[in-house]
Ligand binder design. Sequence first.
Ligand code: ADP
Ligand code: MG
Length: 559
Amino acid sequence: MTKGNINVSVENIFPLIKKFLYSDHEIFLRELISNATDATLKLKHITSIGEAKVDYGNPKIEVKIDKDGKKLHIIDQGIGMTAEEVEKYINEVAFSGAEEFLDKYKEAGKDTGIIGHFGLGFYSAFMVAEKVEIITKSYKEEPAAHWTCDGSPEFSLEESDKTDRGTEIILHIAEDSTEFLEEGRIRELLMKYNKFMPIPIKFGTKEINDPDFTPKTTKDKDGKETTEPHKKITVDNIINNPNPAWTKQPADLTDEDYKSFYRELYPMQFEEPLFHIHLNVDYPFNLTGILYFPKMTNDLNLQKDKIQLYQNQVFVTDNVEGIVPEFLTMLRGVIDSPDIPLNVSRSYLQADGNVKKISSYITRKVADKLKSLFNNNREDFEKKWNDIKIVIEYGMLSEEKFFEKADAFALYPSVDGKYYTYDELYNKIKANQTDKDDKLVILYASNKDEQHSYIEAAKAKGYEVLLLDSPIVSHLMQKLESSKENISFARVDADHIDNLIKKEDTSISKLSEDEKTKLDELLKDIVPTEKFTVQLEAMDSDAAPFLITQPEFMRRMKE
Ligand code: ADP
Ligand code: MG
């Protein structure tokens, strides 16, 4: 047995780790399972290239609670370590990683969001354990090693009689961390961080019906049927899906596969997604993932289930702000990329070249998908418009690139339920508005019931009236007015549309002169003339005897 001192410049690093990471203690499990996964995948690699002459088999990772012994075990069947490697990788490498972490942490100041994202690695075990043991046997022909450390810079290293290949980490859970001896708490963490990790993770066992057993049904002499009970067998309780949909090729997945993956991601969501977008790129950065368009409500705050960010199938965060353009944070799904730096602050993230590229790649993919949905099945796209418009309109306002692309598929619905693209709308109005030569006026209503008579009047003159009622559409109109030539939007009850929908002078009045004077008097008293314009018999239709309008700019000012 050897004893030694871990070479650190910080006198005692453990209290520091504990203090700094107080709120993120739970990440220790993610880190240890990540290491177990790495060790297993390394073994897979070296056996596949013939470097290790051992049988890879069907390795799994086991997490085991020993409540009485106050211990938590994480056991893998991976590559293992020799005593020499423990010295090197645990005492030196892992420790320098921990030191580096503390430096970075101090650099990043108080930017709290980052802490849990940083891979502190093996030493995060000391956030919850007062003593940590490593019992490990390498795939190489060498005796197993047993390393023990109680949180001081001292460690001991001795031989062990472990015979099977792999590593067992034993955490002696500290008094203040006994929550990590609760089955429910550990299951919660496994579901949060490890649900899609690539190696099967066993947590306990479960009983299932024996698939090789068919219960017999027998009839007694009265003809009554009885079926014998199903035979149960005990199997490993595997908590993860090692092959989640996003790691597969789109060609190998059906629509149903995508939907069932959505249910796997969001078990509490009963509404089906409208459509999905499979992301897959390996140059100039690496990124896979699946994004889903859920049914949107106008209430942007309602969004609870968010896009999840993974790194090599390990959950990192569901805060993708800065990585995904803001308007797309309303979507759901997963993004998996090893190229997103996680150990830095948000402001750094926004300036990072790779992250910028990732963000614009995602924007482009989403726009392309929307375009192909529109081209391939316009009818279906129109049906979904109401549920997706909020994302698209928001995107058009906030991302110039998306605005340009969205021209091909953004829809403008009419009060009669027709849908136009911008070009279609423009051509239609142009053909109609021969009485206006300076600017094309696009009429719209924001409320079909309240503006009913105005709508009828405009329609009677053959004008198209749009129904634009989403909360951000007035901003979008401004954007269109400034980027398209010679158009302006006017609500059907705005006053500068007079000459569009005013009754022709030649028509015969239905009101007598006396009635007109009385009506005039009456309206003058109740309608503030500095804000509104009153016109008697302004419309072709019989819908109303007079029309009250307001300048478009005044109305927009109020909004
Ligand atoms: P990182 O995983 O980023 O390398 P860690 O601190 O998590 O840093 O681990 C340090 C090193 O210890 C690993 O690189 C690996 O060589 C070794 N190690 C940790 N856990 C295991 C394990 N379960 N099996 C084999 N080697 C391991
Ligand atoms: Mg690690």
